[in-house]
Design a protein around this ligand. Structure first.
Ligand code: AMP
Ligand code: MG
Length: 417
């Protein structure tokens, strides 16, 4: 990776990916406002207030086994045996309320409250049952198979912190505390559009020199996974008034605006010009491949992200630069994406200069060991490479290529939504 230098200081005038990401994320503060939702509606939403447990979980001492509850003082020493009389049954939800003398035991089910006079549960497989009497040998541990109050969660414990994106386990955890509703930050609104005279929507016939607009679909998918309110403003022609109108409409309603295309310096690239007029936007050349041209700034009250036009560059810059920013905007506590070091199954070509986000397929070799392969052609227009891939292979800017068996850094798509 490149160091944390200012883009102006670098001989290439490029901004390292990590620096670009840090600049973007550091500039952004979470949106204000929250709503209180029933648990099932809160999956994937970001926790707003700390959640403190009002109770102990489990709330009472209970059995981890189907078996017999007894007092450990009577457990026999080596070689000995004892006989205990079974005086009743403790069911999950129906406690045994009576006393249990030292020479007695209680039949107990998993989850049932352990009677006050007992401290140990022996699984039924480990005792000999003879009518109403059980025979117990040596070798049992006092306190075995008893779950204690607060063992899972203690009353007063902070169970979820603000910034946590709610997972299935969290819904269950909240339910286990008897909590039926949770305060989550409001969803962020994200407007996006494509730019380009050559673009047609799927379903329309293609004219000479035209292509279908794919970026609006990948963006739709990535943003939907993130759980934002989407505002799809369509495909905007390369005409200044159209571009201006689209920016105004986007900034009026959204917390963030994302565009693709028109961000370089071609004759039909109106994004830079328009933005410098309407807002406060920085244009960077980010040292990443695919990618490079990237705009970030402010448009009225909205954050603006101008992505390149090439379909793979759109996805790579979105994942590396925009996603962390949107997560922060949504109030999520962000952390670096999970990466693995994995041997390359084959030679990988690389021309040094920019961090390369090659498309890879993480899988197993014939010995069952984890390896990564290339998806094949790596052009920034080869969108099929993203479809085939399940990870980025992240090659540092100074890498000149990878030999088979060499370990490379891999970023699984799983962690990227
Ligand atoms: P641009 O940055 O506008 O010069 O676009 C760079 C390349 O990406 C060109 O080949 C465009 O045709 C292509 N491109 C731009 N926008 C899209 C889009 N929405 N869908 C597919 N390809 C696009
Ligand atoms: Mg264009």
């Amino acid at each position: 990776m490149m160091s944390t230098r200012n883009p102006c200081d670098t001989p290439t005038g490029l901004l390292a990916v990590d620096d670009a990401r840090r600049r973007v994320v550091d500039a952004i503060h979470p949106v204000e406002g929250f709503e209180t939702l029933p648990l099932r509606s809160a999956l994937g939403r970001v926790v707003f207030n700390p959640v403190i447990s009002p109770v102990d979980v489990p709330p009472h001492r209970n059995s981890a086994m189907d078996g017999y509850a007894l007092n450990s003082q009577v457990l026999p020493a080596d070689g000995d045996q004892i006989a205990l009389r079974v005086v009743g049954t403790a069911w999950a939800g129906i406690p045994y309320e009576g006393r249990v003398a030292p020479d007695q035991a209680v039949r107990i089910m998993t989850g049932a409250k352990v009677p006050n006079d007992c401290d140990t549960v022996l699984p039924q497989e480990l005792v000999q049952i003879d009518g109403n009497t059980i025979h117990i040998g040596h070798g049992h541990r006092a306190g075995a198979n008893v779950r204690h109050p607060g063992e899972d969660v203690a009353r007063g414990e902070t169970i979820l912190s603000p910034g946590r994106r709610l997972q299935p386990a969290d819904l269950g955890l909240l339910a286990s505390l008897g909590i039926a509703e949770v305060a989550v930050r409001r969803r962020i609104r994200v407007a996006f559009f494509s730019t380009g005279d050559e673009l047609r929507a799927p379903g329309e016939p293609l004219g000479d020199g035209q292509i279908y607009d794919s970026n609006r679909y990948t963006l739709h998918g990535m943003l939907s996974r993130l759980g934002v309110d989407l505002i799809d403003l369509g495909c905007i022609r390369d005409r200044r008034p159209d571009v201006v109108a689209a920016f105004r409409a986007a900034a009026a309603t959204a917390d963030a605006v994302i565009t693709s295309g028109g961000v370089s310096v071609g004759d039909a690239d109106y994004v830079q010009e328009t933005l410098s007029e309407l807002g406060e936007v920085n244009f960077w050349k980010v040292a990443m491949k695919p990618g490079k041209p990237f705009a970030f700034g402010r448009l009225d009250h909205a954050w603006f992200f101008g992505l390149p036009g090439n379909p793979v560059a759109v996805m790579a810059t979105f994942y590396q630069l925009v996603l962390p920013a949107l997560r922060r905007l949504a109030g999520e506590a962000t952390s670096a994406p999970l990466t693995l070091k994995v041997p390359a199954a084959e030679r990988l070509r690389m021309s040094p200069g920019r961090t390369d986000f090659q498309r890879g397929i993480l899988g197993h070799d014939e010995h069952g060991e984890l390896v990564v392969r290339s998806t094949g052609r790596q052009g920034s227009h080869v969108l099929s490479s993203m479809s085939l891939a399940n990870c980025f292979i992240v090659l540092p800017a100074d890498c000149t290529g990878v030999e088979p068996g060499e370990r490379v850094e891999v970023q699984p798509f799983e962690g990227l939504f």
